[in-house]
Design a protein around this ligand. Structure first.
Ligand code: HEC
Length: 160
């Protein structure tokens, strides 16, 4: 059950929600995703090595949406609100709260909480991809993440 071809029966048929956007705006979202993926790698290394300052700096950058904030025009901002489903916007908001929590755990030098918020963020990435990235990630099915709203209540569901 681990590989995309085996999970083909559950493959989502919808295009990603972002396919509705103009090419330029969609490209910014994709650039943001790639920047976040890289930041998550740096954060992971920092979490496991007790580099609290890097944890908080990198999580803060994710919280501040590094690419999007600088590059989005006012018209593009409106486009996001108009074309992306409300659930996408809500998932994005919830995700940013988790990034802030992780940044704070970095500031408080709390390695245990850093691990927890890192996991919750990972879950939020998966959940949004399951709900809104459609055909982009055929290997992700609803079984891949238990909590699908990224609410980040601190509950640890690590029973899979
Ligand atoms: C609010 C929804 C949402 C959240 C949260 C989210 N993503 Fe995404 N992500 C998407 C969507 C939608 C796409 C597909 C974009 C497209 O192809 O238009 C995507 C695409 C990607 C891609 C592929 C980019 C490419 O090169 O095409 C990567 C990598 C990625 N996300 C990483 C992450 C990581 C890492 C996280 C968490 C730290 C995350 N995403 C959180 C919605 C989300």
């Amino acid at each position: 059950m681990l590989f995309p071809m085996v999970a083909a029966a559950a493959e989502p048929q919808e295009p990603p929600a972002t396919a509705e956007l103009s090419p330029a705006t969609r490209a910014l979202i994709i650039a943001e995703m790639q920047a976040m993926a890289q930041a998550m790698g740096r954060i992971h290394t920092a979490v496991v090595s007790g580099d609290h300052a890097t944890v908080s700096d990198e999580a803060r950058k994710i919280h501040d949406s590094f690419v999007l904030k600088q590059e989005l025009s006012a018209a593009q901002r409106e486009e996001l609100g108009a074309k992306l489903p409300a659930g996408f916007i809500a998932a994005d908001r919830a995700f940013h709260v988790l990034a802030r929590n992780l940044a704070q755990a970095g500031e408080h030098h709390d390695a245990t909480l850093q691990r927890l918020w890192f996991q919750e963020m990972t879950r939020a990435c998966q959940s949004c991809h399951i709900d809104h990235a459609g055909t982009r990630f055929p290997g992700l099915t609803p079984h891949a993440a238990q909590a699908n709203d990224g609410h980040g209540d601190g509950t640890d569901h690590a029973t899979e």
